[in-house]
Design a protein around this ligand. Structure first.
Ligand code: ADP
Ligand code: ZN
Length: 427
């Protein structure tokens, strides 16, 4: 099922014409109504699709500099809703939606959710946090638009989630991948069976996650796991998501125009190579954003998708450019560590990176939990020296850096109800 066949299967020419027309409208709208854009986009600034790369970028720092409402293009009474980013890396940024923007949001959420298997009449267990964070309400409104029954479970204690999942038997679950794993683990610990709740699909996002986490989620809940992506500055979740082919995330590119740029040189990156995702809103009225530097690293998936949708696709997000750690001259992403760890079957998908910069030579320690079965087999953590050494060896081979590996007791690392904290820096 495709939610909006007309919009989602446009041929390349029609898609480009629509994007071009909407880009011109957006540039004109922003220039006429937002001082920040008026200064940066003179009337002579190019506004054709081909000239997109000539327009200046908008950065998170610009949003912060105009905190809270300085980039709004309509008067506050015409803003129907405010949200804010999670503030993962500093002061949150505030975003505003007109009634029409909320409608666009529902539309793109419905597309993304239907692509992941949501159907009218299905029950959805929504374990994204409700509040200023866009996850909870974004999925809530999307589910209502599709015609689903939504359970606004939000970030309740895991015992509550267990009860609702077991008793209500929803068709779908949505959450951050780390919180979903936490729920599954808590269910098992209480004698429940997360794969016995009848779930047919799970939608996970709001933080980086790897194929290893996908396998862990699919094993835990016994149903396919779909990657969903978005950010509050653009609209919230609904910017992109996987279809049943699960070969990249379809971008709702009739509403959000994607580009990939080299984060260092700012130049456009072609040919499916990795770079930073830049997004331009094409229909947003409350807070249009032109060439927003998301910081998120990905690449365009070349070629057509088996599902029939013709929108651009992006690969799984590797992380944010500012997630990159530099330890003794070696650059690495937490997602690379995760991929190596989760290839080891004796480990649970819970880990933390501790970077200690208090000495001249920074050190990286990785704390990771073996599974309970592994610890039981070895007669305790002390019996797992061989496993620890093997992980250290694999990490050295993958990262080109020697790291200290510490195996910690199962279920001892902090669990999160929202975005997982993977890195701790000691300075
Ligand atoms: P904040 O930037 O403060 O965390 P948001 O709550 O708007 O604010 O989060 C958006 C960010 O979350 C994205 O820019 C991206 O870094 C991350 N994110 C969202 N979905 C995914 C996903 N599916 N995979 C990886 N990262 C994601
Ligand atoms: Zn597809």
């Amino acid at each position: 099922m495709i939610w909006n066949r007309d919009a989602e299967t446009l041929d390349a020419g029609a898609r480009a014409r629509l994007q071009g027309a909407r880009l011109r409208e957006t540039v004109a709208w922003a220039r006429a109504r937002v001082g920040f854009y008026r200064d940066r986009l003179p009337a002579t600034a190019p506004d054709r699709l081909e000239d997109l790369a000539a327009l200046p970028f908008t950065r998170k720092s610009d949003l912060r500099a105009h905190y809270p409402f300085g980039l709004f293009a309509v008067r506050l009474p015409d803003i129907a809703r405010l949200h804010a980013s999670s503030g993962t890396k500093g002061k949150p940024t505030v975003v505003g939606y007109t009634r029409e923007d909320l409608d666009v949001w529902r539309e793109v959420m419905a597309r993304m959710m239907v692509a992941a298997g949501c159907r009218p009449g299905d029950l959805l267990h929504n374990a994204f946090g409700y509040g200023l964070f866009t996850g909870g309400l974004g999925f809530h409104q999307g589910a209502e638009r599709v015609g689903m029954t939504v359970v606004p479970a939000s970030s309740a204690p895991t015992a509550r989630h267990r009860l609702l999942l077991q008793d209500f038997r929803p068709a779908g679950l949505c959450a951050t991948p780390s919180f979903a794993l936490h729920i599954a683990e808590a269910m098992r610990a209480a004698g429940g069976a997360p794969d016995g709740c009848g779930l047919r699909y799970g939608m996970y996002g709001a933080e980086p996650w790897s194929e290893g986490i996908r396998r862990a989620l699919e094993d835990a809940f016994g149903c396919p796991a779909y990657d969903v992506y978005g950010l509050s500055e653009i609209i919230g979740p609904g910017v992109a998501g996987e279809c049943e082919a699960r070969d990249g995330m379809h971008v709702a590119d009739d509403h959000f125009l994607p580009e990939i740029v080299d984060p260092a040189s700012d130049a456009p990156v072609e040919g499916g190579r990795e770079g930073e995702l830049v997004l331009t809103t094409l229909t947003k009225r409350g807070m249009p954003v032109i060439r927003y530097r998301t910081g998120d690293l990905t690449a365009v998936v070349p070629g057509a998708c088996a599902c029939g949708r013709t929108s651009a696709r992006i690969r799984r997000i590797k992380g944010r450019s500012d997630d990159m750690l530099i330890v003794r001259g070696v650059n690495l992403y937490p997602s690379e560590v995760e991929a190596t760890l989760l290839a080891v079957t004796d480990l649970a998908p819970h880990y933390q990176l501790i970077v200690d910069r208090r000495e001249t030579m920074a050190t990286l320690e990785i704390e990771v939990e073996p599974t309970e079965a592994t610890v039981a087999r070895a007669g305790g953590l002390a019996g797992l020296v061989g496993l620890r050494d093997e992980i250290a060896h694999r990490l050295r081979a993958a990262l080109g850096l020697s790291v200290r590996v510490t195996l910690v007791a199962p279920r001892s690392l902090p669990r999160s109800e929202g975005k997982a904290v993977r890195v701790i820096e000691r300075r």
